[in-house]
Design a protein around this ligand. Structure first.
Ligand SMILES: [Ca+2]
Ligand SMILES: [Ca+2]
Ligand SMILES: [Ca+2]
Length: 229
């Protein structure tokens, strides 16, 4: 069957070519716009995650900036020897004032002058209650065995941050190698490093955007500790 152009019709080949051209004209922009949409959603999600990481370190700094160096455990190593101690939990105390001491009276013994401390505090990385450490994404959020950062002061535990991955950005867990070249081996997404006079905090957060892409944010902060009450 053939339609002759001299009579104003088209051949089947011409129709096929026209359809192909139409698909190209319409399809390329559609795919381009879809790609731009995915990239924008990933960028928005990453920006939000970066803001969460920054906010978490700000909250941690608020909690830890009053910590007294002499009360924070683990204690800083004393050179010569290792320059730092890696840890997932720190205990510390914040000085609230200074006591001049009291003279002994009657049967009460005297007390020497010295700093007064508030109830001990703790910052800790713990497994997420909805995703216990078993190699399975139990809560179906796209992250396997994620953890959370919590703060406590002898009472209720306050969650400072969720979605801390098993391994820091660029680190392959359990291979005994410092894959991301930051001197720490197989470190998790949250690591506190105790050094002389300060606590260095390294944070990685993970999430999954609306298109199912894994996104990551990192932040780092060195918190100076108080040497005196
Ligand atoms: Ca799990
Ligand atoms: Ca999970
Ligand atoms: Ca590392």
């Amino acid at each position: 069957m053939k339609y002759h152009g001299s009579r104003g019709g088209y051949t089947l080949i011409e129709l096929a070519l026209s359809m192909l051209l139409l698909l190209l004209v319409v399809g390329v922009p559609v795919r381009f716009m879809a790609s731009v949409g995915h990239a924008q959603r990933e960028l928005d999600a990453t920006t939000t995650l970066n803001a969460r990481a920054t906010r978490t370190l700000e909250r941690l700094t608020l909690r830890l900036r009053g910590a007294n160096d002499a009360t924070l455990t683990p204690a800083a190593p004393t050179p010569p020897g290792p320059l730092f101690v890696e840890t997932l939990v720190v205990d510390y105390e914040v000085a609230t004032g200074y006591s001049p001491g009291t003279p002994g009276t009657g049967g009460t013994p005297p007390t020497p002058p010295g700093p007064l401390f508030d109830t001990p505090e703790r910052v800790e990385l713990v497994p997420s209650p909805s995703d216990p450490t078993n190699g399975v994404d139990d809560d179906g959020d796209g992250l396997v065995d994620e953890s959370r950062i919590v703060w406590s002061q002898g009472g209720p535990v306050i969650v400072l941050c969720e979605n801390v991955p098993r391994a820091a950005a660029g680190e392959i867990p359990g291979n005994g190698v410092d894959d991301n070249g930051n001197t720490y081996v197989d470190e998790p997404g949250f690591l506190m490093v105790r050094e002389q006079g300060l606590l260095r905090v390294l944070l990685t957060l993970s999430d999954v955007d609306a298109d199912g892409n894994r996104i990551t944010a990192t932040a780092e902060q060195a918190i100076a500790l108080r040497c005196r009450p």
